[in-house]
Design a protein around this ligand. Sequence first.
Ligand code: ACM
Ligand code: ZN
Length: 756
Amino acid sequence: MLFGMASLAQTISIIPQPVSLVQQKGTFIIDKNTCIQYNRLNKAASEAGAFLNRYLNDISGSRLRENVHSQKVIQFSIAPTSDIGKEGYLLKVSPEKITITANDKAGLMNGIQTLLQQLPGIRTNAALAVPCMEVKDYPRFKWRGMHLDVSRHFFSPELIKEYIDLMARYKMNVFHWHLVDDQGWRIEIKKYPELNNTGSWRVDRLDRVWGERPQAMEGEPATYGGYYTQAQVKEIVAYAAERNITIVPEIEMPGHVASAIASYPWLSCNRRPQQPLTGVDYKDITSNYCAGNDSVFAFLQDVLCEVIQLFPSTYIHVGGDEVEKDPWKKCTRCQARMKKEGLKDEAELQSYFMKRIEKFLAGKKRKMIGWDEILEGGLAPGAAVMSWRGEQGGIEAAKMQHDVVMTPGSPCYFDHYQAGPEGEPLAIGGMNTLKQVYDYDPLPKELNEQQATYIMGAQANLWTEYISANEQVEYMVLPRMLALSEVLWSKKDGKDWLGFNERLKPSYRYFDQKGYHYCKGDFKAQIIPVAKNGKLTAEIATEQPDATIRYTTDGSEPDAGSKKYESALSIDSSMTIKAITVIQGKVMSFKPAVQKFVLHKAVGHDVVYTNAVSKYYMADGNNSLIDGVRGTSDHHKYWHGFCGKDLIATLDLGSMKTVHKLSLGCLQAYKDWIFFPKRVRFEVSADGVNFRDAGMVENSIPITESAKLIRDFEVKFEKRKIRYVRVTATVQDSCPIGHPGAGQPAWLFADELIVE
Ligand code: ACM
Ligand code: ZN
């Protein structure tokens, strides 16, 4: 087997996986005899050649000669080439020659990135050896985006360039730069200097986590922040363009602009002075532009004129998300505008606002893009939609023949955890694992072929409320961006999770060389209860292909020597399973996965609710309350939720049974608006009609207790024969004073009604 894999110097790993890759025998060694060739008259080829030479200089300490005769050449050409379209390339590597051919500069740059993935990331003494191959490659989607919020925390131009370099390496091509938000205005606007003098700076509260930062007090110096000067922006835009990355600036409006209002209070409805926000304490803070004041539109047009001059991007992002309508309801100018324009509500007022801006942008030959809220009250004619609240907005917009970028919270919000959360840096919450990103497909099934053409692609968003350090930016993006790059570039039918994990390894070596922080895998074990044919089993899984699972069932802590998981475990008695992942003998889990099972007399029977369970918290269906599976601190799983309503459940044991103990498991999770019930009352019956009191338990934990707690509300009594049990858990009146939801309905969560 002459050309068998065993005879090849190294297996080629490329992310994203090319459309077609044929590895061949031999290598091309880049050394001082190598020359770079391109047609000097062709700008794209010249720039690509120069780019490669600079990179080679960085990793080898010397430049190659250009356009001289040599036996060994790296050749760039722009030539009409069918099948590869925009951004595609052909790469051929033989021992004497490397050629990269494309229809455009973007294609040449993508070919270079494939080549660079075969080389070290830093200067080493190793030979620069490129394995021989033939690659034909082109992208599946044209919008392969990464977003970065620089308002909540500010990042230096150097970090922005690093982000761009990482994007380019994996053929991502749109950088969505979130430059404006409540907590900081981050782009220099020459006509309105207060945006930068005032709006870019806030009182430093870096010693507190985001959600607990008190507002600025009178006289405290505003020392945290910064902004990008127009000169810096120009340099970064050029840096990105050289790497085939378009920067789409986001200038938020009409909400999320407390920083602009701090700079110029007349921009708001109430015109009250305010200080830039330090976090999420919005008390007496105004975040909206006044939609009834023409001077606001004049201001925004001035701002956009400066922005347009800096950014060649066709799309200009204008935000549009999460606009609080209250200030507009109270504003005489806004109400007068609604009356004059015949707008029936404040949603239509927002639509009026966005349409007016869209018209202005269209006049400048630019297209507007905004978050999916811009659909509400009527979508502006030429606007593109970025779907973040799930995919529904994107589906709706595509059906209306508007361009769409998919960025649903799950799995595209890279501010969520990816492997823990225990052991990971503190994040805003949620969980989007590498595999969830890898498994994503941006084309919703709801769209037909024609409608699907409006889906331009997808992007990941990195909101930075909980991210203040460069290392953490790297960690949140790596390696999830690589999975997204493969989703957006590679063929859908070529998806290969195990292969992708293999191909990640050289990228990890590259990150190590560069000193980038990254998440080294998803080291969680997941315990999945499975009820089938009246039998309960537990499967244990991990998304990390190289890991084995070790577990215990006696409550002890598992270690690398614990029992190895082979197949589903039978749950035939009450037990607590604890499981970890182990790679090459090393315990990788930050913390064991824990799942408690209780086998009791009600398991397998039926329960009827008086008030319906919230459709958002159905757990595993109606009988979740008596399935033997205990809830964990993750309230999205195995818990039934009731919003502002009592839990009243009646259980039929099927026949008379001897019972001496009843309990209901409940959750308190203050931050998630979930509180223990005021009290839990149990009643029992032989006939299902006449119920007798069996005891009541009052809650003793304060409603303001913020620690997450699970508690069984339990009553014991002399053994009795009964058939029916009714439990009534009384919900708290409302979220308490001082809580973000003060006065709003409280949630009540229960996982199991245990009958013994
Ligand atoms: C968003 O996450 N508010 C777009
Ligand atoms: Zn107003």
